[in-house]
Design a protein around this ligand. Structure first.
Ligand code: SF4
Length: 312
């Protein structure tokens, strides 16, 4: 009988933006002591957030909940200008910005477009903090769409001359391509981002899942339910005809998922640490998945610098 095997996607797990954001909170705790306040979950992962809470990070949604004199950190998803203004008006000791530099790049792009009087369409998920942060860089003139149907309902003339699109960084690459194709067909003058807004980590993890789906009977994605890029990995595997499950922890695995499975693919969203992957491998071994292979799709070498006050 063929050995049951685990196939690990590479790349998987932490991206450079998540690594930087978590390190900012850890270094701030080391340098200034607890508590440090973090606006929103610094990254969307329960294990990471719970670990930082234990070390003295306090996660808040509203700046009014940050006491005077505190240290404040913005999450990797970015914040609207109104949040920055509110925080800067308070007497805080220090503010660190853990916004991923690739999200900040979209902010800069958006502000330039707005300054040049473009109507801007943002493709993203309503209510996601990155979308709120990005849309909140400008005061109006920006329209959020989530799918192709929304294109039909945009209140923008088809012959608009100054019209541009930006996207959330963690979307489905394929779905976004079809939405942009429809936008281009609707708005001939549509200006596209110079470089895609969907980030390298999202692209690479989706590319790896496409390869996994070709060789596995099921795919496990480690990531939290509120993690956009993790949800896209699960959906992608399902769209390719492979059963897929999104889990935070090994103990969520259900035996029935593994019935008739001889090759199980394993990946992790950009905010899920490798220790969780190790836990899932151990659990799968107890179900008889004793062989482990790695499917290498692309090498990643991206790193982002820390704020100067936290280097050392
Ligand atoms: S998923 Fe992409 S945009 Fe988000 S933190 Fe990671 S590198 Fe940055």
């Amino acid at each position: 009988m063929q050995n049951k095997r685990i196939i690990l996607a590479n790349p998987r797990g932490f991206c450079a933006g998540v690594d930087r954001a978590i390190t900012i909170v850890e270094k701030a705790l080391e340098k200034y002591g607890a508590p440090v306040y973090v606006r929103h979950e610094v990254v969307h992962n329960k294990y990471v957030v719970d670990g930082l809470k234990e070390r003295g990070a306090i996660f808040i949604e509203e700046i009014r909940d940050v006491p005077e004199g505190a240290i404040l950190i913005y999450s990797a998803h970015g914040v609207p200008l109104s949040v920055r203004q509110e925080a800067e008006a308070k007497n805080l000791t220090m503010i660190f910005d853990a916004t991923c530099p690739l999200v900040s790049k979209v902010h800069v792009e958006l502000k330039n477009l707005h300054r040049n009087q473009y109507e801007i369409i943002m493709i993203g998920h309503k209510g996601h903090p990155e979308v709120e942060g990005t849309m909140g860089q400008v005061d109006g003139g920006i329209h959020l769409i989530e799918n192709e149907i929304d294109v039909d309902n945009l209140p923008i003339a088809r012959d608009a001359e100054k019209i541009a699109v930006v996207t959330q960084t963690t979307l489905s690459v394929d779905e976004t391509k079809s939405i942009i194709a429809k936008l281009k067909a609707t708005y001939p003058n549509l200006r596209l981002p110079k470089n895609e807004d969907i980030c390298y980590a999202t692209q690479n993890r989706q590319d790896a899942v496409k390869e996994l789906a070709k060789v596995c009977d099921a795919v496990l994605v480690i990531g939290s339910k509120n993690s956009s890029n993790s949800n896209r990995l699960k959906e992608l595997a399902e769209n390719l005809g492979v059963k897929s499950y999104l889990i935070d922890f090994d103990y969520e695995i259900q035996g029935e998922w593994l019935e008739d499975v001889t090759s199980i693919g394993l990946t992790a969203g950009a905010s899920a640490p490798e220790v969780l992957v190790e836990g899932v491998i151990n659990k799968l071994q107890s179900y008889g998945f004793t062989a482990t292979d790695t499917l290498n799709v692309v090498e990643e070498h991206m790193t982002f610098a820390l704020p100067s006050a936290l280097r050392s």
